[in-house]
Design a protein around this ligand. Structure first.
Ligand SMILES: C[S@@+](CC[C@H](N)C(=O)[O-])C[C@H]1O[C@@H](n2cnc3c(N)ncnc32)[C@H](O)[C@@H]1O
Length: 530
């Protein structure tokens, strides 16, 4: 229709999705060019038939050009729907411009498979709605949950009028706007988020370089973000409190050294624990960041009543002059040891009395295979080397394919320390059996820490410390996605290695007949500086 040709590019085009013929038709290239000319963000392809997938993919790839995203239309209920999409995507070399328009039906839906895919549009045929008590169209619970999950991923929705034998007359004769109103209503039922949730949502699927607090000096704003994490500091206070109570009968002043004190939140908590337990303490705060030191000195004068001995220096070499009973630190990264807590505490344990303890006492890294086309495409969009670099990511469009397994642990204080740091090298091999056809795009990394007794911190999903938000998980990408069939097992290998004042990880994924290759060998792309 001629009026379809009038598109106000600056105001509307980004909201519109164009419809094209099949890539195998003679007009496809021209249609794509027109979509690009009008500024449409995406075009929707007709459904593929299984018989000509290769031809479809070849023509698509040949004509993609450099403009719009292309939505491959997939009927979720069709047998092997995901496999069909995966074939197209693989044939097109994981081209990030290929995305999914998923047409739902009244049948069951495997969200675990689709959540890791770049779904941009969800099509809701009216035949999948049922009538509520007043005959108003609503979705079944399973579909409501799926739609709400996609709403969190900013997916677009289209309601199309389609009848079926199952749909009641009452619902069938409703106008399409009643269905759309219901979908809008679902938006309104999304839980209102607190300030933190809103802020962390801004980091959904954003790839961040892990911090290196040993090699770099952190900025004030980074400390400020840490300090908002009340649950983390409450756990530390509880750990110090229990450790002090257990030492109450010693009948003397207990020496607490907070090493890597930053701007002092753990010092404040150690003092609060002493007050709660009525145990007399002598507190030291050791910090190597000269700017954070200024804040420690200010707090000591203004807040702690000069009760703290502030020491400037590297905990691995700096003396305090007194043997500590309790060494408190928070040098943990998303993968536990990736901010070099083991190396720092190896040095700092000199500050401990013979029967002194470390809080944390122990920490463990966990790993699991991860599927996420979104994260893979983002990592690939950087230079190739970024595929051998881990990232900190707030996972959203990602599916962890099996329960995370332990990679390795560190405990403090340690017995023997080697000058070569080889005692801090680790390796792990874990086997994961996957219950659905999937593509593995990398590994998810988590940690759990025992602070003292049964007081812990965790970002492993099954044991996550409620409300704690200092750490997002780690994403270790792989360059070549590994395909896996339902019921198959995959072997994940990881190494923590060190040399030349550096520590790094290497990783590989091996499935039946397919290997990702070993990533970051000898730390050639990514390392953590000591
Ligand atoms: C993750 S921050 C934690 C800061 C603070 N304890 C908190 O919980 O907000 C780690 C701190 O340890 C300090 N740090 C790291 N390695 C250190 C070392 N070898 N000696 C002294 N301070 C160190 C960093 O400068 C940083 O302030």
């Amino acid at each position: 229709m001629p009026h379809d040709l009038v598109i106000n590019t600056s105001q509307n085009a980004y909201r519109l999705i164009g419809k094209t013929q099949l890539p195998t038709s003679g007009t496809f290239e021209r249609e794509l060019a027109y979509a690009a000319y009008t500024g449409l963000s995406s075009v929707l392809l007709p459904e593929i038939s299984e018989s000509d997938v290769e031809d479809y993919a070849r023509m698509l790839l040949a004509q993609l050009g450099s403009h719009s995203n292309v939505l491959v239309r997939v009927r979720a209920e069709a047998d092997g729907a995901w496999t069909l999409w995966n074939r197209v995507r693989m044939l097109c070399n994981h081209d990030p411009r290929l995305q999914v328009a998923l047409e739902l039906s009244s049948g069951p839906l495997d969200m675990r498979q689709w959540i890791a895919e770049p779904v941009q549009l969800v099509m809701l045929p009216t035949c999948m709605f049922i009538g509520n008590k007043t005959g108003y169209p609503v979705l079944r619970k399973e579909h409501q949950d799926a739609v709400k999950r996609w709403m969190q991923l900013n997916v677009a929705f289209v309601v199309s009028h389609v009848g079926s034998a199952e749909i009641s007359r009452e619902v069938f004769y409703r106008s399409t706007s009643d269905f759309a109103t219901y979908v809008r209503h679902l938006w309104g039922t999304l839980e209102t988020q607190d300030e933190y949730a809103m802020a962390s949502d801004a980091y959904h699927d954003v790839l961040q370089a892990p911090l290196q607090p040993l090699m770099d000096h952190l900025e004030s704003v980074t400390y400020e973000v840490f300090e908002q994490d009340t649950p983390k500091y409450a756990q530390y206070e509880e750990a110090v409190y229990q450790a002090l109570v257990d030492r109450q009968q010693w009948g003397r002043e207990i020496v607490v050294a907070v090493v890597g004190a930053g701007r002092g939140p753990l010092v404040t908590r150690a003092l609060a624990a002493a007050k709660r337990s009525s145990v007399a303490v002598k507190v030291f705060a050791v910090e190597k960041n000269p700017s954070a030191l200024t804040e420690l000195q200010r707090k000591n004068a203004k807040v702690w009543g000069n009760a703290v001995t502030v020491v400037f220096g590297d905990m691995r070499t700096q003396a305090t002059g007194v043997a500590a009973d309790i060494l408190v630190s928070e040098l943990l990264g998303s993968f536990g040891d990736n901010e070099l807590s083991p190396e720092c505490l190896d040095g700092a344990q000199r500050l401990l009395a013979e029967d002194g303890i470390s809080i944390p006492a122990q920490y463990t890294a966990f790993v699991a295979p991860l599927s996420s086309c979104t994260l893979y495409n983002k990592a690939k969009a950087y230079e190739d080397t970024q595929m051998e670099t881990p990232f900190v990511v707030n996972f959203n469009a990602a599916s962890v394919l099996a329960a995370p397994k332990m990679a390795w642990s560190f405990g403090h204080p340690v017995g023997e320390i080697s000058a070569s740091n080889k005692h801090n090298d680790r390796k792990c091999q874990a086997k994961f059996c996957i219950s659905q056809d999937s593509v593995i795009h990398g590994l998810a990394g988590y940690f759990e820490a025992t602070l003292y007794g049964n007081v812990s911190l965790s970002i492993r999903p099954a044991t996550h410390t409620p409300g704690m938000h200092s750490w997002f998980p780690m994403y270790f990408p792989i360059k070549k996605p590994v395909q896996i069939r339902a019921g198959e097992c995959v072997s994940v290998s990881m190494w923590r290695r060190s040399g030349n004042s550096r520590v790094w990880y290497e990783w590989a994924v091996v499935a039946d007949g397919m290997s990702s290759g070993i990533h970051n060998i000898n730390g050639h792309e990514y390392w953590i500086g000591q």
